[in-house]
Write a protein that binds this ligand. Structure first.
Ligand code: TRP
Length: 333
């Protein structure tokens, strides 16, 4: 018999339209893992609540996030797809883990420091314990690997520390999870300030491409991308961050290496290069966008997938949570 497949868990927040950065750095890679691993992909609506949300919007965006996962190629026959709040064991485990996570270590999380300075009027305790809930997401299914962008590495390492600490205190229970960070395109940068990460919360709409942008809009955004005055398509992150970012995007879209791209655009202006990058993005996104619209329009199908996913997730989550409850000494009969 084959060795059992290792498990992969990842989560995505339903906080708005996905950017090209989310697609390249995360979602695009997830379907590629489905055959080799036992994959679980979760729409983490409880994490989204750490920032003030408009309820109707959050609900709508949870559907959209799930539709985007499916449209990107996640097959519900192979992987589990569900919404976090549909599986109450996530927050139940989070409580136990919070009693095994130190105040000091949570305070050192870079994302907490960033977000609390950005949302100084709402530094709620959820924002602080966010990484504990994330650890619970991962550990509830004993995931080995956690595909995330570079900005989430610290959180996965914290989950690993908590898992190790729990195992030490209560005997072997949890797998020690590891981040899985894509080599190419892990960080797609802003088209306007290419030393900053591409983000949909950027005030300048020209700085990001959304998965739902039309072909015209995508073309315009790439044409106005900030580059440099050197005029040569060459990969050099330090001195040519704008061009290097566009090369990174083009490389992911076409599968071409940097040297090949440099040759392709040798002696040509940035205009030609930018148009080619935009076209590669438009062509790659088109089928995903069509599928996304089709799935979103078919609510019964989407709800069916999510209901089924949550049911299977609850079954597995329950087994692990009972074990944890028994190990920590909660009375069970
Ligand atoms: N914190 C992650 C992000 O913002 C989302 C997330 C929540 C997650 N739970 C997770 C990612 C578990 C991986 C595994 O991108």
């Amino acid at each position: 018999m084959d060795a059992p497949k290792k498990r992969v868990f990842s989560g995505i927040q339903p906080t708005g339209a996905f950017t090209l950065g989310n697609y390249i750095g995360a979602v695009r890679n997830w379907p590629l893992l489905q055959d080799e691993y036992d994959c679980i992909y979760c729409v983490v609506d409880q994490h989204a609540l750490t920032i003030r949300q408009v309820p109707a919007e959050l609900r709508k965006r949870s559907y959209e996030a799930a539709a985007m996962l499916l449209a990107s190629g996640i097959d519900p026959q192979k992987s589990l797809v569900f919404i976090q709040s549909h599986v109450p064991q996530h927050s139940q485990l989070a409580w136990v883990l919070s009693c095994n996570a130190q105040y000091g270590e949570l305070g050192r999380m870079t994302q907490f420091k960033d977000k609390s300075s950005k949302h100084a009027d709402n530094i709620n305790t959820g924002l602080f314990t966010y990484p504990v809930l994330m650890a619970a997401d991962i550990m509830l299914y004993n995931a080995h690997y956690v595909p995330v962008g570079g900005d989430q590495k610290q959180h996965v390492e914290l989950a690993r520390d908590i898992a190790q600490r729990f195992n030490g205190a209560y005997s072997e229970t949890f797998v020690l999870p590891q981040p899985m960070i894509p080599k190419v395109g892990a960080r797609v940068m802003s088209l306007q300030e290419p030393t900053k990460k591409m983000s949909k919360s950027d005030a300048n709409e020209k700085s990001f491409v959304l998965m739902t942008d039309s072909a015209d809009v995508i073309m315009k955004k790439f044409k106005s991308a900030v580059t440099d005055s050197d005029g040569v398509v060459r990969y050099d992150v330090e001195n040519k961050p704008g061009i290097s970012n566009l090369m990174g995007i083009y490389s992911v879209m076409t599968g071409k290496g940097f040297e090949e791209i440099e040759k392709e655009f040798d002696g040509q202006g940035y205009g030609t290069f930018k148009t080619a990058v935009a076209e590669s993005v438009i062509d790659t996104l088109r089928p995903v966008q069509d599928e996304y619209n089709r799935i979103l329009a078919d609510k019964p199908y989407l709800e069916g997938v999510l209901k089924d996913g949550a049911e299977k997730a609850r079954y597995q989550a329950n087994k692990l949570l009972s074990k944890v409850y028994r190990k920590v000494g909660f009375a069970q009969f």
